[in-house]
Ligand binder design. Structure first.
Ligand code: ADP
Length: 502
């Protein structure tokens, strides 16, 4: 039985994993970069090891350093959390070689699902419907054009190695297909070191609905129902809820079965998520599988009543799942808001800085998964997620009211956060109606964003933030850090030019 777990992560997810370990009487080991020395996950853990510089490619992403810390500490297992090394097949394999239990799936499942083209092919073979499009990496442009003519524009050109909302392009006109294909290929090569791209039909009025699954090492796979993740900005999730307003019991049943089939197709074990895109007519298509714990996993925990980290640890211990599909049900409703250190009115520009004061919401039905405290400086090296606010209610209406109340109580000073923006969403009639799709933020921008003058300097900063975002995702942290420093210079320039509202 696992007695000591090293958590190869930081921030809220590292703390969240350690909480379950503590409940299970498992000793925890933190790893941290130099800038995270006083971070909450280091304070919470039983032991902690410094693994290098703040740049993730020199610390949290270095397999050798993580393994060394695991050996030094005598940890018998590693939990990767999300991001960083969580979907790195080589890391899963290396743990196995070193005799350390990886709390996650085998390298085979990670590799198969990590490459979108291979994942599509595997799903087709397993009888799971995928978005209509190409099944191979595109080499012949004329052939690709033929396929686009068949399925009709608009289409999405996607990088096989893409992720995190990056590496996809919407093409609306036939004449743009070939130039876009060429640009997408060279972008994919530069960003992911792999130029394989494929084409997918663009689903009009798309809903992003995903299914949580749990699979043990004895062949049992169950799903824990859906999460509706259609409130997105730049293809990244902002608010998640369960159940989804869109699904009927019949479609939910079919999608759950498809999710289980998808996991079985790659001999999956541990927790995983099957993402689907669903149109207004409730046609659903496999998008991808995330072979790890998701940021939004707490909404499922709240409505299904299962601690997903505990289940992951039990599965890693070779235990069979302690429940069957028919034992699981959705009870009530849950919504999660992601609280970011960012300026939502300035194109969601990350705003790391020092927390002066924080007052978190409490009370019935409220859960906070966070890691910041007064005086903590949010480093600019990592994702600016401060906390996740998860609420539960008997009905969706009650849950929205509770979320509104919790956001009212939530006070953070010293930095800009997304709290007010999230509160505006809770008041938005379209969100309240439940009848929204992935275009929600874009379609309601006049109500959701404060009206600000878009001057030239602001546009430049927005462009730089997009650049920052791009490089963080692509793990080129050195460039990202350099750009951040330049960004500070820009701010100084802006101030000296009398534009101190930046
Ligand atoms: P990533 O791996 O980068 O997260 P996904 O394939 O999961 O990429 O897609 C992310 C988001 O992009 C989806 O949630 C959806 O909003 C949008 N999207 C992706 N594919 C399509 C499509 N074929 N039609 C419409 N929207 C899409």
């Amino acid at each position: 039985m696992i007695k000591k777990i090293l958590i190869a992560n930081r921030g809220e997810i590292a703390v969240r994993i350690m909480r379950t370990c503590r409940e299970m009487n498992i000793t925890t080991v933190a790893v941290y970069s130099e800038i995270d020395r006083s971070s909450m996950h280091v304070r919470y853990a039983d032991e902690a090891y410094c693994i290098g510089s703040p740049v993730a490619s020199e610390s949290y992403l270095v397999i050798d350093k993580i393994i060394e810390a695991a050996k030094k500490s005598g940890a018998d297992a590693i939990h990767p959390g999300y991001g960083f090394l969580s979907e790195n097949a080589a890391f899963s394999e290396r743990c196995k070689k070193e005799g350390i239990i990886f709390i996650g799936p085998d390298a085979y499942a990670i590799t198969t699902m990590g490459d979108k083209i291979t994942a599509r092919k595997t799903m087709i073979a397993a009888g799971v419907s995928v978005v209509p499009g190409t099944t191979e990496s595109i080499v012949d442009e004329d052939k690709a054009l033929e396929i686009v003519k068949e399925i009709g524009v608009p289409v999405m050109i996607k990088a096989s190695a893409g992720g995190g909302g990056k590496g996809m392009r919407l093409v609306k006109r036939i004449e743009d297909v070939i130039p876009s294909l060429r640009a997408a290929k060279s972008e994919a090569k530069a960003a992911f070191g792999n130029d394989a791209v494929y084409i997918e039909k663009y689903i009009a009025s798309p809903h992003h609905i995903e299914f949580q699954i749990l699979a043990d090492k004895h062949g049992t796979v169950v799903h824990l129902f859906e999460r509706e993740c259609s409130v997105q900005r730049r293809h990244q999730k902002v608010i998640e809820e369960s159940p989804s307003c869109l699904l009927t019991p019949e479609v939910r049943y079919k999608m759950g079965a498809a999710a289980v089939a998808a996991a079985k197709a790659v001999n999956y074990h541990s927790a995983g998520t099957i993402e689907f895109i669903v149109d207004d007519n409730l046609n659903y298509y496999f998008l991808e599988m995330n072979t790890r714990l998701q940021v939004e996993h707490p909404v499922t925990e709240r409505v299904v009543g299962v601690d997903l980290v505990k289940e992951q640890i039990n599965i890693a211990n070779n235990l069979p799942l302690s429940f069957k599909q028919e034992d699981l049900m959705q009870s009530g409703h849950s919504i999660q808001c992601r609280i970011y250190a960012e300026d939502t009115d300035k194109n969601f520009m990350p705003c790391p800085g020092t927390i002066q004061h924080v007052r978190e919401p409490h009370g019935f039905g409220v859960r906070i998964d966070g890691y910041v405290f007064e005086g903590f400086e949010i480093p600019l090296y990592y994702d600016p997620l401060i906390a996740k606010l998860i609420v539960w209610g008997k009905t969706r209406e009650e849950t929205i009211s509770r979320m509104r109340r919790a956001l009212y109580e939530y006070k953070i000073t010293g930095i800009k956060t997304s709290i007010k923006f999230l509160a505006r969403i809770m008041d938005n009639p379209v969100f309240i109606s439940g009848n929204y799709n992935t275009h929600f933020i874009e379609n309601n921008k006049n109500e959701l964003f404060a009206k600000i003058e878009q001057d030239e300097l602001h546009m430049d900063i927005a462009a730089m933030v997009a650049f920052f975002d791009y490089h963080t995702t692509f793990k080129k942290q050195e460039i990202c850090t350099k750009k951040c420093l330049e960004m500070n210079e820009w701010k100084a320039y802006g101030r000296s030019a009398g534009m101190n509202r930046l």
